[in-house]
Each structure stands twice: as structure tokens, then as C-alpha cells.
Design a protein around this ligand. Structure first.
Ligand SMILES: *[C@@H]1O[C@H](CO)[C@@H](O)[C@H](O)[C@H]1NC(C)=O
Ligand SMILES: *[C@@H]1O[C@H](CO)[C@@H](O)[C@H](O)[C@H]1NC(C)=O
Ligand SMILES: *[C@@H]1O[C@H](CO)[C@@H](O)[C@H](O)[C@H]1NC(C)=O
Ligand SMILES: *[C@@H]1O[C@H](CO)[C@@H](O)[C@H](O)[C@H]1NC(C)=O
Length: 515
């Protein structure tokens, strides 16, 4: 009965595209490197306040069992392609500025599918899914409009990125569509993106078509920069870098206030689904940052929970408030089919790794998820000994969750529990992910190094109790499953950098496609 009715609805929609405006607007806000603890409703590390985000979350559904990938490019690709990075070649680290690759062009993107359903699609902020050829740019991947930057990070005020190769290659990275915008020097990026988002909302309100807006703010990725008035709200935080990060979170909170107010003024809010997510865990002192994922273990870039379990929520008048926090198991790749479901687009002929989670989110059903490959990265340095008879090379970096259990193999990287930094902490200019990898791989001298961890995440969400010795039979099952995922993985793309060709000085002092 229900199926017939649903089918009738689908046919109705197909026959009468003019009905499109009854489809919901979707505004998706992606914060960059926001630590699990660094949002008010998760404690703010005892320091950070986000009244606007907290209120939106409490009026809607806070996702308490929500996972992403450990780094920017992989997470963003999982969102916009609905596929795990092992299936797209984006499983190894994040895109470097002069790397000639991107999210593979044959993948149909979320905004492309939404356009088929009559949506206008807007993107603001950080892309980080490839730019070496113009085909990879957001306006050629399904976005009607783009205003933002192509690369992974830059200066928040002058919008320049200096990539440290052997030499420094510097250039502007701020684009309106595909045109560089030299007019925003000294304007903080969150203010530019928010104002542009509000302008687009105004224009959209005059149209009958629904809107998908992907707002990928720069905050709170390094470098730690913020206008003084935001930092000054946090005088009690003694560490300057941490104080700035807190201010960066507050700008984000204010930005969301402005965007939601603009949606209300435009008469669009009542028909808007608002989704908030971080792209990966915070970068803590473990790898030269001042973010905080505590009490979760690990850091951005690691496969401990602190790298991959983040703040996320869904809000707006179309979403009924839930009394308790939502515990359903959701992954960032689930948004693709979930949002298409809301837009009435069939996913029948698409190959996807995610699930439509709308029923699980709204409390009328449960997540179908039984397992989740957090990542498998064969290019990370091999670490420790191979376990006897193991079907999977456990020296390689991987993590897999099956039900309550999670296995982590290979190089563990930052494996501690990192509280907010204290007054004495000084950011080391040179400390970086690569250096941490070098340092830890240099330990690889033939002595025993632990390269298998097993946790019961349900009972032990902070990964304090390693069960790998106690439960070898579970380890074996998990390793066999990892072997299957490894067989089904495509090789990482990661071609060699093209420094000379990418050099912004050859492209009008701007980061531009070079092929
Ligand atoms: C981007 O370009 C459009 C016109 O093409 C213009 O109206 C808009 O103001 C520009 N956005 C920004 C932030 O400068
Ligand atoms: C941006 O503004 C700063 C400070 O006013 C100035 O030093 C710098 O040269 C400007 N950069 C560009 C590219 O105009
Ligand atoms: C939000 O709007 C207020 C009032 O117009 C403005 O002063 C503020 O700079 C805006 N904040 C952001 C982050 O855009
Ligand atoms: C899926 O593919 C089949 C076979 O090509 C086709 O008949 C069907 O209409 C497609 N479904 C959708 C929703 O496009």
C-alpha cells in the first residue's frame, strides 16, 4: 500500500516538475577541523560557547553517533560522491596544492543529482576536491554558483596560500565562480562567505525552485586567525592560540545566526532542512594544533574516535525535536542518499556506500548500518610485524567497525587523549602530520610495535581498554573482513606534484587550473 502510494508520488513528481518548490531547501554547513569537544553542546572544552548552534541542535536532532573520514579531502568526497574513499582513490591524505588529481570526474555528484530534481545549487567556502583542470572546479561539478577557495587552507584575511615546497609558492585563492577576486584583502573569510550566502538566499527567495546550499566554512582550520572582537570574548583562556580558536568557533556561530535569519526573512526557513557537520576531528596539540576532541582518543588524521567521530546535527522546522540525543549510527557518506531521498530523487541506479538515514534521524526507523570501514590506506608507512597467518597485512593502516567492535591496524600516530592546551603550550611552526609520520616510522627498528588495537566502542567509547590480546578470535574475524575491503579497494590516486606548472606566479598570482 505504502509502496504504491510512494510510487504514485514519484510519478506525480516526474510528470509535474513545476511542483519542485514543495521540495525542501537543504543548507549543509561543514565546519573545518572542528574538534568533538569544541562545540558548546559537547562541553566546548569547558571554554567555548556556541549558543546559536546549541539552540539549533536542541530544536532538532543531535547526532551522537556520527562519523566522518579522518581528513578533509576524503570526508568532502564522501559527502559529495556518497562513496567511501577506498572506492574513489582518495583514501591517502588530503590533496596537496600542486597535486594533479581530484575527485574522479565519472562520479555523479550530489549537486548534479539535485539539479536533475530542479534544485538550484550553491557552494561557498572550501572545495579541496581538485583544481588542476577546470573540469574539476565546483561550477563544473554540479554547483550553479561557487564563491570560495579551491585548496585546503589559506590565510583568513588576505586569502593567500603559500605552499611550502622546496621554495614557497604563494598566490591568491579566492574565486567568484572561476574568476579570482582580488577585492577582499583584509576581510575575514567567514564574513565574506556569510554575506554572499545571504545575497544568494535573497535572490533564491524570488524563485520557485528549491535550493541546495553547501556552506563549507574555513573555520577553524589552521592558521589560527580571527578579528580581535571574537578573540576578546575569551579573555579567560590563557593560551593565545586556543583563545583565537575559540574566537573562530564564535564567528562560525554568529555566521549561522546570520544565515538562518536570512532564510527566515526570505520566507524560506519553514521549508529548509539545516544540517551541520565537521569534516574530521580537531587538530590538537598532538600534531601542532589547539583543537580538542577530549574525551575521545586521538586527533584529526587518526583512526581513533577523535579523528572520525564529530559533532553533527539536523535542524529546521521540518525536523521534529527529539527529547534524547539520537544514537543512530550515521556516516558522512549517508547524506548523499538521505538528501536525494528528501528531494525525491531515485538512487536506484547509483553505486553508493551510504544509506538513506532519514527514518533513523527522525526517529521512525533505525540505521541499517552494521559495519563501517573507517579507512584503509596502503600508502601509509608499514608499521611493526605481520601477525602470523593474518589474511590482512596488519602493518598497513586501516580501521573497521563491525557492530560494537572496532579494529585499528598499522601506524597509530597520535594515540593519546588530549585536553585543551594550557597557557604554556607553544605551537611548533614545524610540527605537522608528515613529521609525525616520519617520527613514528623511524621507530620501526625491528622491535615489537603494537599495530593491532581492538575496542568495544559501545562499552568503551574513549578507547581506553584494548581487547586485542583478550579477544584474538574477534581480531581474526575483523582481519578477514579487512582483507575483503582491501581487495575491493581501488589504488590511491596521489600522483607526483607538479610544482612548476602549478606555481601561482605563472597564473596571475593566483591558484588556477594549470592543465
Ligand atoms: C560574485 O559575483 C556576482 C556577479 O557575478 C556578484 O553579484 C557578487 O557580489 C560577487 N560576490 C562577491 C562576494 O563578491
Ligand atoms: C593586503 O593588505 C595588507 C595589509 O593592509 C597589505 O600589506 C598587503 O600588501 C595586501 N595584499 C594585497 C595582495 O593587496
Ligand atoms: C552577522 O551580521 C552582523 C549584523 O549585520 C554583522 O555585524 C556580522 O559581521 C555578521 N557576522 C558574520 C560572521 O557574517
Ligand atoms: C535504472 O535503470 C533501468 C535500466 O536501464 C531503467 O529502466 C530505470 O528506469 C532506471 N531507473 C531510474 C530511476 O533512472
Amino acid at each position: 500500500m505504502f509502496t504504491l502510494f510512494a510510487l504514485a508520488l514519484l510519478m506525480f513528481n516526474a510528470n509535474f516538475p513545476a511542483q519542485a518548490s514543495s521540495k525542501p531547501n537543504v543548507v549543509f554547513v561543514l565546519a573545518d577541523d572542528l574538534g568533538f569537544a569544541d562545540i558548546g553542546y559537547n562541553g566546548g572544552g569547558g571554554q567555548i560557547k556556541t549558543p546559536v548552534l546549541d539552540k539549533l541542535a536542541s530544536e532538532g536532532v543531535t547526532l551522537d553517533n556520527y562519523y566522518v573520514q579522518p581528513l578533509c579531502t576524503p570526508s568532502r568526497s564522501a559527502l559529495l560522491a556518497g562513496r567511501l574513499p577506498i572506492h574513489t582513490g582518495l583514501q591517502h591524505l588530503a590533496l596537496l596544492p600542486a597535486a594533479p588529481y581530484g575527485m574522479p570526474l565519472e562520479l555523479p555528484t550530489l549537486p548534479e543529482k539535485l539539479k536533475e530534481a530542479g534544485y538550484d545549487t550553491h557552494m561557498l567556502g572550501k572545495w579541496h576536491l581538485g583544481m588542476y583542470k577546470k573540469e574539476y572546479l565546483p561550477v563544473n561539478r554540479g554547483f550553479d554558483t561557487f564563491y570560495g577557495y579551491y585548496q585546503g587552507m589559506e590565510d583568513y584575511f588576505n586569502h593567500r596560500l603559500c605552499a611550502r615546497f622546496p621554495h614557497s609558492y604563494c598566490g591568491l585563492d579566492l574565486h567568484n565562480g572561476t574568476t579570482k577576486d582580488i577585492g577582499k584583502n583584509n576581510t575575514y573569510s567567514a564574513h565574506v562567505f556569510t554575506e554572499e550566502a545571504m545575497r544568494l538566499i535573497q535572490l533564491q527567495s524570488k524563485k520557485s525552485s528549491p535550493m541546495f546550499m553547501y556552506l563549507a566554512y574555513q573555520n577553524v582550520h589552521q592558521p589560527q586567525q580571527v578579528p580581535a572582537q571574537y578573540e576578546n570574548q575569551y579573555e579567560s583562556i590563557e593560551n593565545e592560540q586556543r583563545r583565537i580558536l575559540a574566537g573562530q568557533v564564535s564567528v562560525l556561530d554568529e555566521a549561522i545566526s546570520n544565515v538562518t535569519e536570512a532564510l527566515k526573512e526570505a520566507g524560506m526557513w519553514d521549508n529548509t532542512i539545516f544540517i551541520f557537520s565537521s569534516d574530521n576531528g580537531g587538530n590538537s596539540q598532538a600534531l601542532g594544533g589547539v583543537g580538542c576532541n577530549y574525551p575521545l582518543r586521538g586527533n584529526k588524521g587518526t583512526l581513533f574516535e577523535g579523528g572520525i567521530r564529530v559533532a553533527g546535527f539536523v535542524s529546521g522546522p521540518l525536523v521534529e525535536k527529539q527529547e534524547k540525543r539520537n544514537k543512530e549510527w550515521i556516516h558522512i557518506s549517508d547524506w548523499y542518499p538521505t538528501i536525494l531521498g528528501l528531494a525525491g530523487v531515485s538512487t536506484e541506479n547509483l553505486t553508493l556506500d551510504g544509506y538513506d538515514q532519514w527514518a533513523a534521524i527522525t526517529g521512525t526507523g533505525h540505521s541499517p548500518r552494521k559495519e563501517l570501514l573507517h579507512n584503509y590506506d596502503p600508502l601509509m608507512p608499514s608499521y611493526g610485524f605481520r601477525r602470523r597467518n593474518s589474511p590482512f597485512d596488519n602493518r598497513q593502516q586501516a580501521a573497521l567497525r563491525v557492530g560494537d567492535y572496532k579494529i585499528i591496524t598499522g601506524i597509530p600516530l597520535a594515540d593519546g587523549w588530549y585536553k585543551p592546551v594550557t597557557s604554556k603550550y607553544v605551537v611548533q611552526e614545524t610540527s605537522s602530520y608528515d613529521e609525525a609520520v616520519d617520527k613514528i616510522s623511524s621507530l620501526n627498528d625491528g622491535s615489537f610495535l603494537q599495530n593491532i588495537f581492538l575496542f568495544n566502542i559501545t562499552a568503551d567509547p574513549y578507547e581506553r581498554n584494548d581487547l586485542s590480546e583478550e579477544r584474538p578470535e574477534v581480531v581474526d574475524i575483523m582481519l578477514s573482513k579487512l582483507a575483503k575491503y582491501a581487495q575491493g579497494a581501488v589504488p590511491p590516486l596521489n600522483p607526483a606534484n607538479q610544482l612548476k606548472e602549478a606555481d601561482p606566479s605563472k597564473h596571475g598570482d593566483s591558484w588556477e587550473p594549470w592543465q
